[in-house]
Design a protein around this ligand. Structure first.
Ligand code: TRP
Length: 326
């Protein structure tokens, strides 16, 4: 009887040991180091789905996979629907989940997540003017939990291209959302540039995607060309703007290649796949290599390349052959 009892006890202890000893069981991949199985959770908030922001997100995910972190870094993606409430809710969820880092694509998304946490590292992607957006006070020395990659816009490059392609423009029409600091910042630059040249401009404002068509129509007959800053609201309805402009022979200069692909005439802009890659690389340094936010100054893309839309050019009779020839 005593022997049986001790046998039962021994069995019970063995069972308990086996239950606690999971860490010693070789992992399916053959590694028996528990750290090899560590995963990280990263919230990813994208302001809205339009081609350029989608391109960035795709590039981030591709770079994480290429560098071998596809299964190690788990992305919890939320589309902010260009809506402040949706974005604030997403930001609070990332914080409540205890995410290891947060990526925010576009300015207003970054502002939502920055308002939700002062602790979790935030890496923004494609924020045009991070200082004006009050995400950092100094690009070269982030002193909080926020850093990232900026798509600074060089209006002189875009207007220089416009002067070459359509030299007779006397009045530009701007369409933008004043609730996007990124747009306001580029428009301020544009106004300073055009004022210095004595070229006039008219403005049409939008507060949501549904207002973009009316805004574009309101400028027809008043302007010789459109200049569209890096505005997410306008980019989300770009084909509507292009339809109106092209039907009225109005050249459209934009701040992003995606808006040219969606029917605009031309831009000199940055490469958003490259921008997404740099975003992922910064995330890897902070999450995996143990670097801090302060170790990572804001990276600003400054390589601009010209994109033209040959179909639009043909439709409105502008010669873009200088940029399409081999
Ligand atoms: N730079 C924009 C921002 O700060 C985001 C953006 C990236 C964008 N690519 C774009 C906006 C293309 C319009 C079109 O929010």
């Amino acid at each position: 009887m005593k022997k049986l009892l001790s046998l039962i006890l021994t069995l019970a202890m063995l069972t308990m040991l086996a239950a606690c000893g999971g860490g010693d069981t070789p992992a399916p991949n053959g590694s028996n180091q528990s750290t090899a199985n560590q995963t990280y959770n990263v919230g990813l908030l994208q302001l809205v789905e339009h081609p350029s922001l989608d391109e960035i997100r795709t590039a981030i995910e591709a770079e994480l996979a290429d560098k071998g972190y596809g299964d190690v870094i788990k992305i919890d993606y939320v589309n902010g629907q260009n809506d402040a409430t949706t974005m604030n809710t997403a930001a609070q969820k990332f914080v409540a989940d205890g995410d290891d880092a947060i990526i925010a694509i576009a300015t207003n998304a970054a502002q939502s997540v920055a308002a939700a946490t002062q602790d979790i590292p935030i890496i923004f992607s494609a924020v045009t003017d991070p200082v004006a957006a009050e995400l950092v006070s100094d690009l070269s020395a982030p002193d909080g939990n926020v850093t990232g990659i900026s798509d600074y816009i060089d209006v002189a490059a875009i207007f220089g291209l416009a002067e070459e392609l359509t030299p007779d423009v006397q009045t530009y029409g701007f369409i933008y959302n004043m609730g996007e600091v990124n747009s306001v910042s580029v428009i301020e630059q544009a106004k300073a540039y055009l004022d210095a040249k004595g070229i006039a401009y008219e403005e049409a404002f939008v507060t949501n995607i549904g207002e973009v068509t009316t805004a574009a129509q309101s400028l027809v007959g008043k302007v010789d060309a459109f200049f569209l800053p890096i505005d997410n609201t306008v980019a989300s309805a770009m084909s509507n703007v292009a339809d109106i402009a092209n039907a009225n022979q109005i050249p459209v200069y934009t701040a992003a290649d995606s808006m040219v692909n969606d029917g605009g005439l031309a831009t000199a802009g940055v490469n958003y796949t490259q921008l997404g890659k740099q975003t992922a690389d910064m995330l890897i340094r902070i999450l995996i290599d143990g670097e801090s936010v302060a170790d990572n100054p804001v990276e600003v893309l400054t390589e601009y390349s010209v994109t033209v839309n040959p179909e639009t050019a043909a439709a409105i009779g502008v010669d873009v052959s200088a940029y399409t020839a081999e």
